[in-house]
Ligand binder design. Structure first.
Ligand code: ZN
Length: 313
């Protein structure tokens, strides 16, 4: 009988790790991050993706007690400059999920365009300008007026006030994709930067940095091509997101024939999305469902993760 005594894995996810970031970025400061690493060192044993693979494939390889996997989303430059040297010094592996569009094509993701526009001019102005853009585009896209749309979407979320939820919902899902992108681009160009490639090079690690991290023992995974909510895409678009994620990893020199890892943008996944990931050759995929993973029970292509906010700082 196979003995699998230590199946729980605490998988933690970070985004920004930097000092002096505006509140919209929900960044950990470097000191907070260091103290979280100390907390992990005292309470957990970090494991690698391959240790998890071995455990799932061969069962007999047991994981250490209080196993922990460290993951980092969106491919920010912080991960190369600040996180990578710290994990390497401790002999730990981080798993870094980089979208193809930002890391490879040097374009700014819509989620970041919105964050930095809000950081520059405040949420109220972003709401006003988003509503004006919606009203300008009403005929073209057959939309309700922005007041009606505001009342529908501006419902306070768990961590966000109504205004922020309106911007989030309108610009991530509710509006037609072409209009969402147009508004995100306009806000970004008006308030953040007219040189997108230059801003992207500052914000994200590029292929060279990701290769360097991979050579230095870190794991790199896919995070979509355009960083879209996969569960809301048509099957063909979903496949494209996965194929371009995999091709990007291959372009970094990562062999994906035996499986590769993926992180669902915004954690958005459903049965079809998970199946599509598996069909694309992905063997480990990660959500944002906030609980401790149990490898004996959880689908390896829908593993839950705790947010960095759930760890002491
Ligand atoms: Zn993301």
């Amino acid at each position: 009988m196979t003995d699998v005594p230590n199946r729980p894995v605490t998988i933690v996810t970070w985004h920004y790790v930097r000092d002096g970031a505006p509140g919209e970025l929900h960044a950990r400061t470097v000191a907070e991050f260091d103290s979280q690493l100390d907390h992990i060192a005292g309470n957990f044993t970090p494991v690698t993706l391959d240790q998890i693979r071995d455990h799932l494939r061969h069962g007999k390889t047991s994981l250490p007690e209080n196993a922990c996997l460290l993951t980092f989303d969106d491919g920010y430059r912080d991960h190369h400059d600040t996180v990578f040297p710290r994990l390497a010094a401790r002999g730990w592996q981080g798993v870094f999920f980089a979208p193809t569009r930002s890391a490879g094509d040097r374009q700014v993701l819509d989620v970041n365009r919105i964050q930095f526009a809000i950081a520059a001019v405040g949420i109220d102005q972003v709401v006003r300008e988003t509503r004006a853009e919606i009203d300008n585009a009403r005929d073209e896209f057959d939309l309700p007026d922005s007041g009606t749309l505001y009342d529908t979407l501006a419902v306070a979320g768990l961590h966000n006030p109504p205004e922020a939820m309106f911007v989030k919902r309108a610009l991530q899902t509710a509006l037609p994709e072409a209009l969402r992108t147009r508004i995100c681009q306009a806000l970004f160009e008006r308030h953040v930067s007219a040189d997108e490639a230059d801003f992207a090079a500052m914000l994200y690690a590029g292929s060279d940095e990701l290769r360097e991290m991979h050579d230095g023992g870190m794991a790199i995974g896919g995070h979509g091509w355009r960083h879209q909510r996969m569960s809301e895409l048509a099957p063909g678009d979903r496949r494209t997101e996965l194929e371009r994620s995999r091709a990007f990893l291959e372009s970094l020199g990562i062999d994906t024939t035996d499986g590769w890892s993926f992180c669902y943008p915004y954690g958005a996944h459903d049965t079809d999305t998970v199946r599509a990931a598996r069909d694309a050759g992905c063997d480990l995929a990660f959500t944002l469902e906030p609980r401790i993973a149990d490898l004996a029970v959880d689908d390896p292509c829908a593993l839950p993760r705790l947010d960095t906010n759930d760890l002491p700082r």
